[in-house]
Design a protein around this ligand. Structure first.
Ligand SMILES: [Zn+2]
Length: 94
């Protein structure tokens, strides 16, 4: 924990990372997070589009086609995988 703060003091912009999910090759990777983090990045594995799925996304195994189909469906329909707060109170997912 202490080293993370040292990194922040040394000029790193963020203490946390966002996950980016690529449904094309069923992989996720992390990049520095924060309010200016882009919604899309290029997948380092296949070069396709990887979508920002926030800090708490847990990628299913690449071999689990059913779970990745769910992830793809949810992303296509606007589900952000981010935590949502209303007046400081976290809204649970249904
Ligand atoms: Zn990919």
């Amino acid at each position: 924990m202490r080293s993370r703060y040292r990194k922040a003091e040394a000029g790193f912009k963020s203490l946390y990372h966002f996950s980016y999910a690529c449904t094309g090759c069923r992989k996720s990777f992390k990049r520095p997070g924060g309010p200016k983090a882009p919604e899309l990045r290029r997948c380092p594995n296949c070069g396709g589009k990887a979508q920002n799925v926030g800090r708490h996304f847990k990628a299913p195994p690449a071999t689990d086609a059913r779970q990745w189909a769910k992830v793809e469906f949810l992303l296509e329909h606007g589900f952000p995988f981010h935590r949502i707060y209303v007046r400081g109170i976290r809204v649970p997912y249904p």
